[in-house]
Design a protein around this ligand. Structure first.
Ligand code: B12
Ligand code: SF4
Length: 547
């Protein structure tokens, strides 16, 4: 059987995103945020006689020798990569290659990728073999759709981490589960990956960590699960294995993940996660208003004191980054104050604050479509890296200008330097203070003896980082130094607190840009220049659906 050579191409992300923290990446000597876990998983699923090479265009330029080598090019990506993905499809075809597209955006909006030779929808575990069969049978174009039943991820092979140039990345992803049991109206996860979380086995996960460890990788590993605790029983069974693995290997990794707020209700789970080395959790809070939460079907955040829930996660030793959204249908007039106050009270320094964006193929976009409120897709939707710029892609019930003013107010308030660093200060009092809420069932472990040489090495490294920040970002450094000095009182938490403070190198300038951009949109409306896109003539864009 002759070998087939596959070039895996990961398109560049749109500029200007909350998530594109290149300042932090560069400070750590990396070139971009995270590697394309989807593509390296696809590579692992290829038959043994197929070969693969990877080019992540966020980190490197395409080597012409790799292009010449390839028989076929695989392109993946999410919504903010669509523009670059379609440009890559055209460029690869112009170079005479057959192009196969797949991944979350292709699966959500296959019609937008009609120009590609092959479109392979859904999870590759369920569809790649059909593509391989078609290719080996001589087909050079086609559409392969996902079967009804979602694949069992306990048979997913270890992703091909060996294809990565690991120093290019700020962190590396692994995945334990896919899917989430909740039903949030705006969420595309439950459409893409389903509502029954499917999990890998402990052996599989440890094999993934072994592979990363053997490649020499150390440091930050992100569990990219949409909700790590979607299947609590499974994660609770896995964590003791992870704890043992970390101990046996001298704690080479620290972990972040995403979880729903009901994590705060389970002290045993919090305890296990902290022991395994989880230090950061992203939580979707979305709104302080129970009515809004109910109407967007985020019921797990209602009937609880949200700030107290966040504090329980802090008490267990993990810091929280939270998502909030402005632009829901039934927001109350005082919503800006309530949101800013909750962020303050909960002491969450880093918040991803988005304008509601109806992602393709979600309950929300289907409802808005039925109500005649969806705007047609426009090119700008793909030029913005996230929902700060591309938000409100539908007709709001209250005047659009009021929603934009509310959004600007919350953004400006929470990212004022005094507010941001004030929250870090308060967080430093809360994190890892067990008396704040978590009561472990086990007797407290005796304090570990301090390794003075290690401590001095760590401090030297941290202050080296601070010197670089002072040189490159003097405006942010003025605020970051006091956090570091204050952190000397919490040496056990210094690195955790400092890593949040360093976000300000990116979020300081980024928040000022968001406020300027939103002000421009407000001025357009005030001047009567904003036209409802449903009334404007349809734009002819290569990014629109081909039909
Ligand atoms: C980690 C992650 C990130 C990371 C980095 C990702 C990276 N470098 O690749 C960060 C935090 C930077 C990020 C940011 C954003 N993200 Co993101 N992210 C994820 C997350 C949680 C995991 C991605 C992952 O590694 N999955 C694991 C792999 C194994 O799954 P997979 O990629 O789907 O791949 C499988 C299949 O899709 C398929 N496949 C994939 N590629 C290909 C290619 C071919 C040829 C074939 C045949 C098959 C195939 O096979 C794979 C194995 O089954 C996903 C959710 C999810 N569950 O995937 C969201 C997700 C991809 N992100 C999303 C979005 C919208 C964003 C943001 C815009 C944030 C926001 N919500 O505002 C930003 C934009 C980034 C930017 N501008 O810089 C959406 C995409 C929606 C869409 N329709 O495209 C997702 C689905 C979730 C969500 N709703 O937020 N993200
Ligand atoms: S909790 Fe998160 S992943 Fe789950 S449905 Fe809601 S938004 Fe989606």
């Amino acid at each position: 059987m002759s070998s087939v050579r596959v070039l895996l191409l990961y398109p560049r992300f749109a500029q200007d995103s909350f998530w594109r923290n290149l300042e932090l990446a560069r400070l750590k000597g990396a070139r971009c945020m995270a590697p394309p876990l989807g593509l390296i998983t696809v590579a692992a699923l290829l038959p043994a006689h197929w070969e693969a090479r990877l080019c992540d265009l966020n980190a490197r330029t395409l080597d012409p020798a790799d292009l010449a080598w390839a028989d076929v090019v695989f392109v993946s990506g999410m919504l903010p990569q669509r523009q670059e993905a379609l440009a890559a499809v055209a460029a690869m075809q112009a170079a005479g290659k057959v192009v196969v597209v797949g991944g979350p955006d292709v699966s959500s909006s296959p019609e937008a990728y009609a120009a590609a030779d092959f479109r392979v929808l859904g999870e590759a575990e369920a569809t790649l073999s059909a593509f391989v069969e078609a290719w080996e049978g001589g087909a050079r174009s086609g559409l392969i759709t996902a079967p009804e039943e979602r694949p069992d991820v306990s048979r997913t092979p270890v992703p091909r981490f060996d294809l990565l140039h690991l120093p290019d990345y700020l962190f590396v992803g692994v995945q334990f589960s896919r899917g989430c049991p909740f039903t949030c109206e705006f969420c595309d996860i439950i459409e893409l990956y389903g509502r029954v979380p499917r999990t890998k086995t402990a052996e599989q996960m440890l094999a993934e960590l072994d592979a990363l460890y053997a490649l020499g990788y150390r440091g930050h590993v992100d569990f990219v699960d949409d909700n790590l605790i979607g299947n609590k029983k499974a994660v609770k069974a896995f964590l003791p294995h992870l704890i043992a693995w970390q101990q046996a290997h001298g704690h080479p990794f620290h972990f972040s993940t995403e979880a729903s707020l009901n994590l705060a209700d389970d002290t045993a789970l919090l305890d296990l996660m902290a022991k395994a080395g989880f230090y950061l959790v992203f939580v979707g809070i979305e709104s302080p208003d129970p009515e809004v939460l109910r109407s967007t079907q985020k019921k797990q955040n209602t009937r609880r004191d949200i700030a107290a829930s966040v504090h329980r996660i802090y008490a267990a030793g993990m810091v929280v980054i939270a998502g909030f959204i402005v632009g829901f249908d039934n927001e109350a007039p005082g919503a800006a104050d309530a949101m800013a106050e909750l962020i303050e009270e909960a002491a969450i320094p880093v918040v991803s604050l988005g304008l509601l964006y109806a992602l393709p193929d979600t309950q929300l976009s289907r409802r808005l479509e039925r109500e005649g409120r969806m705007f047609p897709l426009k090119e700008e939707d793909f030029q913005h890296g996230d929902q700060t710029g591309a938000g409100l892609n539908f007709a709001t019930l209250e005047p659009r200008i009021d929603v934009l003013r509310r959004y600007r107010e919350v953004y400006a308030r929470v990212y004022a330097p005094r507010a941001f660093f004030g929250r870090i200060r308060r967080l430093s009092e809360l994190v890892g203070r067990q008396e704040g809420g978590v009561t472990s069932t086990e007797p407290p472990a005796p304090p570990e003896p301090i390794d003075v040489r290690q401590l001095l090495a760590d401090l030297g490294r941290l202050f080296g980082v601070l010197a670089t920040v002072t040189w490159r970002h003097p405006r942010a450094a003025v605020h970051i130094w006091p956090v570091a000095l204050r952190g000397l009182k919490r040496l056990d938490r210094l690195e955790q607190l400092l890593s949040l403070a360093l976000f300000y190198m990116h979020l300081g300038p980024f928040s000022r840009k968001v406020v300027r951009d939103v002000s421009r949109q407000i001025a357009e409306i005030e001047a009567g220049r904003w036209v409802d896109p449903r009334e404007a003539a349809p734009a002819q864009s290569p990014l629109r659906a081909a039909e």
